[in-house]
Design a protein around this ligand. Structure first.
Ligand code: SF4
Length: 432
């Protein structure tokens, strides 16, 4: 057993497994973990369970391969536990590294516990949803007590949740900046909105900020990683990169330090909707101001006008953000902004987000060589018109095969050029 600054301990053999999967030395992994630049979310309860079942460890942060989270979860309008489990399984099939249960409808405890049982990667939640939903009536959100909020965190932690999103950066200070910001969409984070409504109604500081020490105690007790939420994330291009967002980043930077001082792992969530030319600055400033905590992004979405295609909009932003230092991309599905995603939406969103993550790894120090080997293999398979190998190497082999077989070629090339296949022709002449 190794020791480190953090409450969570990992077996030496587990760290060796991660170091070989990530292509970094164990010594470097130790250093990055101790600096808080890499986190390995794992609840103490899941660590115990890992003795009897295979639960993957996921290292997120500097120098690690770019990770992908997939959100599943019911809503008040649609609640079907079996379907949410199916979504999680589809996400895992296509390479999700973590799953978040964002359920807000149906039997929340049963849904979360089932997902924890069915999923063998780190699982995250947003406990304030449950704290609000357990109050009855239209004003449930503002009627939560601070105990309700902390009890929800404790309940999730006790169940084995590996990381929890906590919007502790939504405080009176960032709220004041929000009031002066002149945003079009004010607050689009659900947890952030709950807290803004609660603070304004009760005239009080956000309990997660005011009693952050207590939150850290819970995180320490259960070995839970904090994902410091971006309640002030911009919800449209016009609101991007403003004072409200960066006031929150300043606060999150302070909260990261306090978490590390107490031995609690922390990562930071980031924006939101950001135009392409503001992504580099945004990522670099957030990284610097949060002492290089692992950065987890929803998007960023680089335009507002493509509902139905927001998985692509988000992957474009995620790839650029990853190139400048974002570590962890949250899947956005084609149904973003429109409806609760279906299983097919989750599949599509996961694959597209994995493409973005791989594109990042192709240019990421420490990951570049490993990632490029895959592309090189594909290039050789293309050169040899080896269709089976090309399909095997594809991120979605079923789709690659479906398309190939839907319009076959009379030649051994493909039906785009047939006998006029450029690869074949030039290979013959170059005698390679
Ligand atoms: S037929 Fe055309 S598109 Fe198809 S493999 Fe050959 S060069 Fe590429």
């Amino acid at each position: 057993m190794r020791t480190n600054l953090f409450v969570v301990k990992w077996e030496e053999k587990e760290l060796k497994r991660i170091s070989s999967a990530e292509g970094v030395s164990v010594e470097r992994l130790h250093r990055l973990l101790e600096a808080g630049r890499v986190v390995i979310p794992r609840n103490a309860k899941r660590a115990e369970e890992a003795a009897n079942r295979d639960i993957a460890l996921t290292a997120i942060g500097e120098g690690m391969s770019t990770k992908v989270n997939v959100n599943v979860g019911t809503s008040k309008d649609y609640s079907n536990l079996a379907e949410e489990v199916e979504k999680a399984k589809v996400a895992l099939k296509y390479g999700a590294d973590t799953i978040m249960d964002l359920s807000t409808g149906g039997p929340l405890d049963e849904i979360r516990r089932t997902i924890l049982k069915e999923v063998n990667v780190p699982v995250g939640t947003v406990p304030i949803y449950q704290a609000a939903l357990e109050k009855v009536g239209e004003r449930a959100v503002v009627e939560m007590s601070s105990d309700d909020m902390f009890n929800a965190v404790r309940k999730h932690a006790k169940d084995g949740v590996d990381f929890v999103t906590i919007h502790a950066g939504v405080n009176l200070n960032s709220l004041e900046r929000l009031r002066r910001s002149g945003r079009i969409l004010d607050v689009v984070s659900r947890g952030g909105a709950f807290l803004v409504a609660w603070m304004m109604h009760n005239g009080s500081e956000n309990p997660f900020y005011a009693e952050y020490e207590y939150l850290l105690d819970i995180a320490k007790e259960y070995g839970v990683t904090l994902s410091l939420g971006d309640g002030m994330r911009p919800g449209c291009i016009a609101d991007a990169t403003d004072r409200a967002k960066f006031m929150e980043v300043i606060i999150l930077g302070e909260l990261v330090r306090r978490a590390r001082d107490e031995g609690v792992q922390a990562l930071v969530e980031g924006p939101g909707h950001v135009p392409l030319d503001e992504i580099e600055a945004s990522v670099k400033v957030i990284k610097h101001m949060t002492d290089f905590a692992p950065l987890y992004l929803l998007g960023p979405l680089v335009t507002d006008i493509a509902p139905g295609y927001d998985h692509l909009v988000s992957a474009i932003g995620g790839a650029v953000a990853g190139m400048y230092g974002a570590d962890f991309l949250c899947m956005v599905s084609p149904s973003e902004h429109l409806a609760l995603p279906s299983v097919a939406d989750i599949q599509e969103g996961t694959i597209v987000t994995k493409i973005a993550a791989h594109a990042v790894d192709l240019v990421k120090a420490g990951q570049r060589d490993k990632a490029r080997r895959l592309d090189e293999e594909m290039a050789h398979a293309r050169k040899h018109l080896d269709w089976n190998r090309q399909i095997e190497l594809a991120l979605n082999p079923e789709e690659a095969r479906r398309i190939r077989e839907s319009r076959p070629s009379k030649s051994d090339a493909c039906s785009i050029c047939g006998d006029l296949c450029a690869i074949k022709m030039v290979k013959e002449f170059l005698k390679k």
